[in-house]
Design a protein around this ligand. Sequence first.
Ligand code: F6P
Length: 359
Amino acid sequence: MKKIGIMTTGGDCSGLNTVIQRIYRGAALRGWRTVGILDGTDGLCSTPPRVIEFNNETLPIECARMAGSFLHNGRPQALNFETAAQTGRLQHFNRQLRKSLNELKLDALILIGGNGSLSLAWCNRDIYSGLQLICIPKTIDMDIPLTDKTIGFNTAVQQLTSFCDQLMLTARSHHRWFVVQTMGRDCGQLALNAGIAIGASAILIPEIKFDVHKLIDHILHAPRDYGIILVSEGISLRGHSGRPADMISRKLTAAGIPNRTAYPEHTQRVGDTTAADRILAARFADCALNAIANNETYVMTAVHDCECKTVSLEEFFSAGYVTADPNIPDLQTSDAYVSPDDPLLDIATNMGIYLGETK
Ligand code: F6P
C-alpha cells in the first residue's frame, strides 16, 4: 500500500480543499493511505512532523468547495525556505526537511504550490530524492509557466468580477469612476481577465507601458461618465511612489475626473470555489495520482490546449522568465507573464478598453 503526503504552501486560494479532497478520494479508491502535512514546510520540519491521517470524515465533500487550506499554508514567521535563508538556517532547514520526509516514510509527496514553491522544490530537488515529488500548480496570479490553468485563478476572477459589478452600480449613481487595485504580483492576468468580464474602461497591467495623459484622455472621451479602471498591483508610475491605485486616482482628480479607489485585497483569494476550479482540481488530482502510479517524479500537472498532463519540473523551470527572488538570497523563480500575443489583449482593445501603449 502506498503512502501519499499532501502539502499546501505559499498563499492560499480557492480550490485547495477541493484538490485535497479529490486526491484523498482517488488515493483511497486505489487502496493508498493519505496523510496531510499541516502548515506546509513549518509542520514538516517540526519534531515530530505535524501530520493528519485522512479518512472519510476528515474533509467532508460539502466542505471541499470552501476557500482556504484545510491543511493551512504556514504561520507568520514560520520556518520555511524564505525565513531559513534570511536567518542563515538554510542548511539546518534542508537537513530537517529530509529527516522528516524519511521519518514519514512517504512513497510520494503532492506539493500544491505557486511558482515560488515549485521553483524551490526544483532547485532543492535532492531533498525529495527518496520519494516521488508531484506538484500541482495553484495561484490567483496565473504566473506559472507551461500551464494554461492554475487552481484558484478562475475563482479569483469571479470574486473580482463580482466586487466590480457592485461598484459599477454606485459608480453610475454618482457619475464617478472607481480605480480598483487588483492582486497578481508582476503578472497582469487577473486584472486582464476580470477587466474584460466587467467591461472595464481601462486595464493597467505590469507588462504594458501606459501613458497617464492618454488614460485621462480616454476617460474624458468615454461614452459614459462612470466606470471602472482596473490597476494591477505590479504597475508603477515614474516619479511616483505609493499604492498604484492611489497614484492613478490622484492623476484623475487633478484632471477633474471624480473618482474613488477600492481595494478588494484578499477577497480575491476566497469565495466559494467555482465549478471551473473544482473541475480543474479533480483533473489535477487524477493526473497527480496517475503520475504516482506511473512512477513519475519531479513533475507538475498542467493543462495545455485543453489536455491535462504532467510536465517535468526541469521544463517548468527553464520555460519561464527566471528572476532572482527578492526575499530569498541565491534563489531564482520561474515566472510567466501576459504574453504580447495573448488574444485577450486584442479583444480588450477592440472593445474600447485602454490597455496602454500596446503598439
Ligand atoms: O501570490 C498570491 C498573492 O495573493 C499576490 O497576488 C499578492 O501580491 C500576495 O499573494 C499577497 O500576499 P499576502 O497574503 O502575504 O498579503
